[in-house]
Design a protein. Structure first.
Lengths: 231, 116
């Protein structure tokens, strides 16, 4: 925190921009998988692209089309998608004092408030670099995520049965990749994950599709109880 | 995809439902994001609320891994190629491989096993 005064140097900015675009390219790879999964679930190419452009939050998009593919109801698909998206509210609250945006820029910043842009912004030591990281990560991820969604969706509608290309194995692996950093952050996280997985496994044969995912939220109670008992 | 006889073939109602779902998802996701910029920071600042919102994705993502790996409608489907693909993807995740490596290794494993 030594450089509290003055603007960050051009080399610091350049390195943040480079890292931010790198994150964009890496995350863009998800987009192929999402576009293909979305079309396989029965959504059109246009619907898949609209989700990527306007919902613009990968985990939720995968969850929604996953429930649709499994034959789940509209309410179950929307419920699990929005529950998963609620973390973006927390991200926005953390970013608000850093970005200090108003008017149109705030409306745009809201769209770009996702895992990656938040992580890159709060990792910087100076607010000026946080803003550079946020906008460039948002721009990079948005560009590659939407391009690859279009290619994945168009490809899946051209090439047919996605399980032939192993897409059905990609989707759970993608969720695991999103989960992994959270598992590494603590024992409570691992307990909640195991609880959520167990609830889903037990409920798959017993409840309509989509319900096992929604019901997994009950695993949070388990964490709270354990925390209270140990404190 | 996994349509059963009881649900019948995809009809106009399903197409309409998909549009309702897409629009509701888009609006809901945007409102959740914008809300964080509009509400005063202390509203959600209770440590327990914050912790719950942090832990929510953990439970949901773990459940989604299980459901996407094993569920076929209301049945458990222990598909060997899919599970092998997931296992190889999991090893890549554990070794902190880039996301592209995770995706490709899972896909190639499952696809190759289906050809054998």
């Amino acid at each position: 925190m030594t450089a509290a005064t003055g603007a960050p140097g051009p080399s610091a900015r350049r390195s943040v921009v480079r890292d931010s675009l790198g994150v964009g390219v890496a995350v863009g790879a998800y987009g192929f998988a999402f576009g293909a999964a979305s079309v396989a679930a029965g959504l059109s190419v246009l619907q898949s692209c609209l989700l990527s452009m306007l919902a613009f939050t990968g985990g939720t998009q995968f969850a929604v089309v996953g429930v649709v593919a499994g034959g789940g109801s509209l309410v179950a698909a929307l419920g699990s998608g929005l529950l998963l998206a609620s973390r973006n509210t927390l991200y926005a609250m953390r970013l608000a004092p850093l970005l200090r945006v108003r008017g149109m820029r705030r409306l745009l910043a809201a769209l770009g408030t996702i895992d990656e842009s938040t992580a890159m912004a709060i990792a910087q030591r100076e607010p000026a670099l946080s803003r550079v990281a946020f906008w460039w990560t948002f721009g990079g991820v948005f560009t590659f995520w939407n391009l690859s969604t279009l290619l994945g969706a168009a490809g899946a509608s051209a090439f047919g049965d996605p399980s032939r290309y192993g897409l059905d194995a990609v989707i759970p692996a993608a969720f695991l990749a999103l989960l992994a950093p959270r598992l590494r952050s603590g024992a409570v996280e691992r307990r909640v994950a195991l609880g959520g997985a167990a609830i889903a496994l037990v409920l798959i044969p017993l409840t309509p599709p989509g319900v096992p995912v929604l019901a997994s939220c009950a695993a949070l109670l388990l964490a709270v109880r354990v925390r209270e008992a140990t404190s | 995809m996994c349509g059963t006889a009881s649900r019948g073939p995809r009809a106009g109602g399903d197409v309409l439902n998909l549009w309702v779902l897409v629009v509701a998802t888009v609006v809901g996701c945007y409102v959740l994001k914008l809300a964080g910029y509009l509400v005063p920071a202390r509203v959600l600042d209770h440590p327990r609320t914050r912790r719950a919102i942090e832990l929510l994705p953990v439970a949901l993502l773990a459940a989604l891994v299980v459901v996407e790996a094993l569920a076929s409608g209301r049945h458990l489907d222990w598909n060997a190629a899919r599970l092998a693909g997931l296992a190889v993807g999991a090893i890549a995740v554990w070794r902190r491989a880039p996301f592209l490596v995770v995706v490709i290794s899972a896909a190639v494993t499952a696809a190759v096993l289906r050809q054998v």
